[in-house]
Every structure is written in C-alpha cells, then in structure tokens.
Design a protein around this ligand. Structure first.
Ligand code: ACO
Length: 425
C-alpha cells in the first residue's frame, strides 16, 4: 500500500479550497489523490493519461528520464543477461526469482501445458490464408475463453495461477501456428524436451519433411533474450487495456485477446514490423537524408524512435543492440539493412530536430533486425512481442484480482450538442 506523506495539494475551486492528499510509492513521483474533485462537481482532464496513475502496482518501475526499467526491483539488463525468460516470468508473477527447485517445478508446469485442445486447431481454418497473424492471434487467444470459462472461478487463487501458466505455455503454440497457417504448412506440435525459446523456434521452423530439424542455440539464446526484454512494461496501452477489461470481471483469456488488439497498433507493438517496412521503403543509405527531411516536415514518422515514457534512452534498446551485434556476428550476417539502420540512428542522434524532442531509438528499432536474422518473417514480429508480453499482462491481471479493485470507468469533457428536441416529427 502506498504511504500518505502528510503533504497536501490545495486546489482553489469556485472560491473554495479543496485539500488533496499526496501519497508516496517506493520509487517515482508522488501522486495527488484527485478523487475529492468529484464531490466538488468536477472531473480531472488528462487525455492520453500523461499524468495519471490509474492503479497501484508492485511489478515494474520505469524512470523515463534516467532510462531505468526494473522488474520487481531488478534492472532489465541484469535480467536479460543473468536470468532466462521463464525465470523472469516467475519473478513477474511471484515477486521473487525462483530458487533452483522452484525453477525446475515452474519450467515443468509450463511444459505440461504447451498443448492446446485439439478443437482449437480448427479455428484456424476459418481465417483467410493471407490473414495477418496478429488477426489470427486476437481470434484464437480469445477463443481459449470458450475452453476455460464455466469451470473457471477468477476469485479462486489456484484458478488464477493455472490461468497464468496456461497462457504462458499455450501462446507460443498458437503464435507458431498462426505463422504455419499463413504459409500453408502443417502445424508442428510442441516438444517438451526443449527449452521455451527452442520449442517456439522448433514449432515455427520444423516441418514433417525435416524430421531432424535442430534449433540453432545462438538463435534460441537471442530469442529468449528478446522474450525477456519484452516481458513487461508497466501500465502501457496494452497492459492498461488488459486491466480495464479485467476490471469488469471478464474471462482472462478474453482480456489477453484485448491486450493483443491494443498491442497491434504501429504506435505500440506494431512498431517493430513498421521499422522493417520503413527500412525497405528507404532502400539504400543514399536515400536516408531525403527520408529525414520527410520526417522533419512530419510527412512520416521515424519508426522505432521515441517513447511516451523514455525521454533519454530506452534501456531495453541498449541490451537489444548488443544482442543484435552478437547475433549478426555469430551468424556472419552482413545485413545491408543494418547499415541503413545504423545510418538512420547516427543522423537522428546528432540532429537538432531529434535532440530537441528527446527522440531516441526504442526497443523495436533493433528487435526487427535480430528477428529478421533469426529468420522470422516481418508479419510475425508483433506476434512475438505479444507472446513475450503475455506474462506481463497476466501478472497485472493477477495483481489486480489479488486485492480490491474497481471497474475502470473514465469520464469525459463533453463538447457535443446540448439537449434539444427532435423537430418536425
Ligand atoms: N519520428 C519523428 N517525430 C517524432 C517521433 C518519431 N518517431 N515520435 C515523436 N515525434 C515528434 C512528434 O511529432 C512531436 O513533435 P512536435 O513537438 O513538433 O509536435 C514530438 O516528437 C513529441 O511527440 P509525441 O507524439 O507527443 O510523443 P508521444 O509520447 O505522444 O508518442 C510514440 C510516443 C507514440 C511512441 C511516438 O514517439 C511514435 O509514434 N514513435 C514511432 C512508433 C514507435 O516506434 N513506437 C514504439 C514505442 S515502444 C513500444 O511500444 C515497445
């Protein structure tokens, strides 16, 4: 619980003074409790929630000015280099990193749930072959709610816990199948002798014709790191969507489908796909200067740059860039798009336009290049983000349901017609 600081903000309203309590968290700015303005007949106005804390949370802390990202207190670069993705999942869900025994038990639990009900596989046939895999994910993850509904009691802590495990385990299967379906290959079933990242790559790239398909360990390590770097990010648009949907008591699988929908947009998780499309459009290093002019005249945005919260640097981007260098080096890939990306980065970081607006590369600027090197098709980039973020979404859903919560119900500044009567009828 947040601590009352004893400090108060005083609001002058219609000649009266309203005292608004101020609370402190463990880190970050104090918050002003504005609930009492309602009794004074006012709403607060903050489109885009730029200055609004919508909940209390113990999961993730971000200091956007200092480029800090902590999960349960641990810096993201330490987690990315000293823990694997499933350990990070355990941490997000439970508040502590697992002991060796807890890790074995947790990994086994996730492995035990990687299969989906066979009926789920039939949903795919309803989609056009050229459907975007994110469209398929919105549908099939939402469809899990039909399989886990009547016997699911969200008030029961054990039911909530198994829901989290099922989602972490099954989303990679559905993600890989959303790709297999669009390329017309048969679904590859999970293999529980493989690690989480290996199993995902196996389901993506193995075929019945290539029975001895082996996952490259360099790629599995990079994949695992990409998952870790995307695991959670505080109250972003998709997480807030999951919380809002969850606040109505809706089925958690449906809530996660809502999160996937919110993530899809190019201003959020869709940016990694947009970065590669942008690099394709620019084509060669010679065209960079002309493209930058278009950015400055606001004809286009430099995708993979800027962030609502990070106004200095994105700490995930730093680790992602290192991983990018490692992977390309290990694979001996000399990707001309990487040279193009580096040139864009160089110009942007030294250009007044970008400096003045605090625009830095975000995590998605580099992740697309690594994913491409791994062999992941561009349309799957945001699906991979969704796969990795599922743990963040469900951790926030669990946190919300572990204590008292209110239905999320924002108000508005109405600027439409005043009341009027229908004329002439
Ligand atoms: N390229 C060019 N200019 C930009 C960019 C960009 N990528 N991002 C912001 N700006 C400019 C804006 O035009 C604005 O300029 P102005 O002051 O002259 O009007 C200024 O920088 C401030 O930008 P806002 O839009 O107010 O910033 P906001 O915090 O609302 O937006 C956002 C953040 C949505 C991420 C934005 O930077 C963007 O669209 N970036 C590109 C998409 C992207 O990479 N998204 C991934 C985010 S990370 C993630 O989801 C994992």
């Amino acid at each position: 619980m947040s601590a009352a600081t004893g400090k108060k903000a005083v609001l002058q309203l219609d000649g009266k003074e309203i005292e608004l309590p101020i609370y402190s968290g463990t880190l970050g700015p104090d918050v002003i409790d504005v609930k009492d303005v309602l009794a004074a007949g006012h709403f607060t106005f903050d489109p885009g929630f730029m200055a609004t804390a919508a909940c209390e949370s113990k999961i993730t802390f971000i200091d956007g000015n200092k480029g800090v990202l902590l999960h349960r207190g641990y810096p993201i670069d330490q987690l990315a280099t000293k823990a694997d993705y499933l350990e990070t999942c355990y941490l997000l869900l439970n508040g502590e990193l697992p002991t060796a025994e807890q890790k074995v038990e947790f990994d086994a639990k996730v492995r035990n749930h990687t299969m989906v009900h066979d009926q789920v596989s039939r949903f795919f046939n309803g989609f056009r072959r050229d459907a975007h895999p994110m469209a398929i994910m919105v549908g099939v993850v939402g469809a899990l709610s039909a399989f886990y509904h009547n016997n699911l009691d969200i008030e029961d802590v054990n039911h909530r816990e198994i829901t989290a495990i099922r989602l972490i385990a099954k989303v990679p299967t559905l993600a890989a199948w959303s790709y297999k379906y669009t390329v017309g290959q048969p679904f590859v079933y999970p293999r529980n002798d493989l690690s989480y990242a290996e199993n995902f790559l196996y389901m993506m790239f193995a075929t019945p014709a290539d029975r001895d398909y082996k996952v490259n360990p360099i790629l599995a390590k990079a994949m695992d790191r990409i998952f870790t770097l995307h695991a959670d990010h505080e109250q972003n648009a998709s997480t807030s969507t999951v919380r809002l949907a969850g606040s109505t008591g809706a089925n958690p699988y449906a809530c996660i489908a809502a999160g996937i929908s919110a993530l899809w947009g190019p201003a959020h998780g869709g940016a990694n796909e947009a970065v590669l499309k942008m690099l394709d459009e620019i084509g060669t290093v010679e065209n960079v200067a002309g493209f930058m002019e278009k950015v400055k005249t606001k004809e286009v945005k430099l995708m993979g740059f800027g962030h609502r919260v990070y106004k200095n640097f994105d700490p995930r981007a730093k680790v992602m860039k290192e991983t990018c260098d490692e992977v390309l080096g290990a694979l001996g890939i000399n990707d001309p798009q990487l040279a193009l990306a580096m040139e864009l980065e160089r110009i942007a970081l030294s250009d007044e336009y970008f400096i003045k607006r605090n625009l830095y590369p975000n995590v998605d600027f580099y992740s697309g290049i690594i994913l491409k090197a791994i062999g992941i098709p561009t349309e799957m980039f945001t699906v991979i983000f969704a796969l990795a973020r599922t743990v963040g979404w469900i951790s926030h859903w669990l946190e919300m349901h572990s204590g008292p919560y209110k239905i999320g119900r924002p108000r508005q500044l109405y600027t439409g017609e005043v009341q009027r009567d229908i004329q002439g009828r």
